[in-house]
Structures are given as structure tokens and as C-alpha cells.
Ligand binder design. Structure first.
Ligand SMILES: *Cc1c(COP(=O)(O)O)cnc(C)c1O
Length: 362
């Protein structure tokens, strides 16, 4: 199978083999060494000088960690949503009683830092800004560094969903002065689903001391104190730590610049091929097109779900579909984590062939 969805992503054989190792005592010295190495790897990729925390959960659990550990019911937050994952982050905040002010763009557009600045200037009671770095549902990457500058200048917290960006595109949490940043093992990290990674800035820890949203399993302070002793508060997904430990050897061998360059180059290749096929990208402004996932409209009159089904059944190419209001209207090609240009080329060749035959049979 050529799995081209934006997560879970394919995993290198050596990482798969590492994840198949026998269980060990998660409170013993061997696991402590693995947790130290994995945490060092996370700190390296996040650009953090304090430990990135890991939680046994998927990316959404990591988003919940971010919300419940920094906010109290009734806190006013600005939700910046450019697609379905932005909406999800907003829903989590609402579920826990935050007072949410919404800024939503049309799907396909990026958020405008100047608009965020204006909204913050208009309301001094907004305590935090919730923003998606890379919106996986539309293939759009927000100008996060510029957004962070506006938020910082107004001294609010910035809480970032970096689930499908961190480790694939630059997101240096300290250099950009971000408060809470979340990622997940099954996206760019070349590991199976099961771990979420969350970094808290000093400001975020200060907010944590005051935050009253309910939490137990996802208590970040408990997790921080455990990880300081090279343990986790609860039984962790031991096998995913084995996988991450091995995946970091590969990431370190390639180097962060190498990883970012590969993602950028293959994303450019993908966009060029898509436009060459006469298809339309979902991102309205290509400057904000994602380097980890490319979202493309099916041409008018084409049964996109039918084409996807044939790609899977006849050619073993698994494309991502559309989410929410884009269901049936678009397809998405993931190019994050472990892949080369040839994997994407093969998938696009199949799409091209199937579209040509679909057109002649209409
Ligand atoms: C995948 C993803 C998530 C989390 O999804 P899970 O299925 O819970 O791992 C959150 N945000 C973005 C931007 C994502 O791409």
C-alpha cells in the first residue's frame, strides 16, 4: 500500500521492528534511559531548553492537555480557525467552559496576523489565542511566527496545534516565543499513533498554577514532575517510546535542515504536478500552501470518492478525503514523515490516469 493520508503515516522498517520489542518495567532503569533519549530528541526538534512532555494519547488528547492545563472556566480566548482542526481546538475550549471569541476564515485561507492584532486590541480581556500551525484539513500553513509576534506584543498566551507541522516544518518554540505547542507521534515523527507531545513555556507554567479547568489523567504538572524523575505518571505506551527512540536516530542522521528541505521540495513537486494536471489547490494563496499535506479539489463532474476507491483497490494508493464541508469535494496527499518524492509521484500518476479515464467515460 502507498499510504498517502496525512497520518497515520508509513513507518520505516527499523522503527517497526523496534516497536515490536518485548515489554520492560516502565519504572525501571532501561525505560528511564529511553524516556531521557526521547525527551532529548523532542527538545531538539521543538527547539526547547525545558523538557517537552509526552502523553499516551493521540494528537487531540494533546490539544486537551494544552487547554485544560492553562485555562479556567470563563476565561476569554480567541479561537483562530482556518479549518476543521481549528474548529476542534475551539470545541475543546468550549467543552471546558472557556468563553470563546471566534475568528474564522474561509476554508483554504490562512489567518491574517493583522486581524488577530485588531481583535486583541479590541478586547483586553482575551487571555489566550488558540491557533493551528498547519491546518491538515485544507493544506494551509498559518504564518505562525508573524501571528506569535502580534500575540506576544499584546502579552496574551498563544496555544498552538502543531500536530501536523512540528518535525516536518520549522516550529522553534522558544525562538518564536510560543506558549503551548502540541504534536503527535503518527504525523511527521515516523512512529505509530499513541503519543502526544506538549511543550509549555515559563508563561504557560505560570498560567498552569492558576488554571482551574478539571484534569486528572492529563495533568501537565504531574507529568512534568514524573518526567523529571524519568517516569510517567501512568503506564505509558511503551512500544511507541521504542519506536520514537529509533525514529530519532533516523531524524538525527538526516538532520533537521535535511528533513525540512525534503518536505519543502516534495511539497513543491506535488503542487507543480497538481497544477500541471489542471487541478485546483485548496489553498487560496500558494504562499501558505502546506509542506506536509496538499489538498486538491476534484474537477467538476468527477465522482471523487469513486476515483479514490479505484486508486485504493486497483493501485494500492490510499488518498486522504475531505473533512466536514469538504467531504467528497477534495482529496489530500500526505507528504510528511517517512517518504520520498517517488512515493508521491506514484500516487499522482495514479490520480492522473484515473482522472483521464473518468473523463473519457463521462
Ligand atoms: C491529526 C491532527 C490532529 C489530531 O488528531 P488525532 O487523530 O487525535 O491524532 C490535530 N490537529 C491537526 C492539525 C492534525 O493534523
Amino acid at each position: 500500500m502507498n499510504l498517502r493520508i496525512p497520518g497515520p503515516t508509513p513507518i520505516p522498517d527499523e522503527v517497526l521492528r523496534a516497536s515490536a520489542a518485548q515489554m520492560m518495567n516502565h519504572r525501571g532503569p532501561e525505560f528511564a534511559q529511553i524516556l531521557r533519549r526521547v525527551t532529548d530528541g523532542l527538545n531538539w526538534v521543538f527547539g526547547a531548553s525545558t523538557d517537552v512532555l509526552s502523553f499516551t494519547t493521540s494528537g487531540t488528547g494533546g490539544l486537551e492537555v494544552a487547554i485544560v492545563n492553562t485555562l479556567s472556566p470563563g476565561d476569554r480566548v480567541l479561537s483562530v480557525s482556518i479549518g476543521s482542526f481549528g474548529d476542534r481546538l475551539k470545541s475543546i475550549a468550549k467543552t471546558y467552559g472557556a468563553d470563546v471569541v471566534s475568528y474564522a476564515t474561509e476554508w483554504g485561507e490562512a489567518a491574517d496576523p493583522a486581524e488577530i492584532a485588531r481583535l486583541l486590541d479590541a478586547d483586553a480581556t482575551i487571555k489566550a489565542v488558540l491557533v493551528t500551525h498547519n491546518e491538515t484539513s485544507t493544506g494551509v500553513t498559518n504564518p505562525l511566527e508573524a501571528i506569535a509576534k502580534e500575540v506576544r506584543a499584546r502579552d496574551r498566551l498563544i496555544i498552538v496545534d502543531g500536530v501536523s507541522s512540528v518535525s516536518s516544518v520549522p516550529c522553534p518554540v522558544e525562538r518564536w516565543d510560543l506558549d503551548v505547542v502540541v504534536s503527535g507521534s503518527q504525523k511527521g515523527w515516523m512512529a505509530p499513533p499513541g503519543l502526544a507531545f506538549v511543550h509549555f513555556s515559563e508563561r504557560a507554567w505560570a498560567a498552569n498554577a492558576e488554571a482551574r479547568m478539571p484534569r486528572f489523567y492529563f495533568d501537565a504538572a504531574k507529568t512534568r514532575d514524573s518526567i523529571a524523575k524519568l517516569q510517567t505518571p501512568w503506564t505509558p505506551a511503551v512500544s511507541i517510546y521504542y519506536a520514537m527512540d529509533r525514529a530519532f536516530e533516523l531524524l538525527r542522521a538526516e538532520g533537521l535542515e535535511g528533513v525540512y528541505t525534503r518536505h519543502h521540495a516534495v511539497a513543491e513537486y506535488t503542487r507543480k504536478r497538481i497544477k500541471g494536471m489542471g487541478l485546483k489547490l485548496v489553498p487560496v494563496d500558494e504562499r501558505f500552501a502546506s509542506n506536509t499535506v496538499t489538498a486538491v479539489y476534484w474537477p467538476d463532474g468527477i465522482d471523487g470518492k469513486g476515483v479514490s476507491k479505484r486508486a485504493r483497490e486497483e493501485f494500492g494508493v490510499v488518498l486522504g478525503g475531505g473533512q466536514g464541508k469538504l467531504d467528497g469535494k477534495i482529496f489530500r496527499v500526505g507528504h510528511l514523515g517517512f517518504f520520498q518524492e517517488s512515493d508521491v509521484a506514484e500516487a499522482l500518476d495514479v490520480v492522473e490516469k484515473l482522472l483521464a479515464s473518468a473523463k473519457t467515460t463521462v
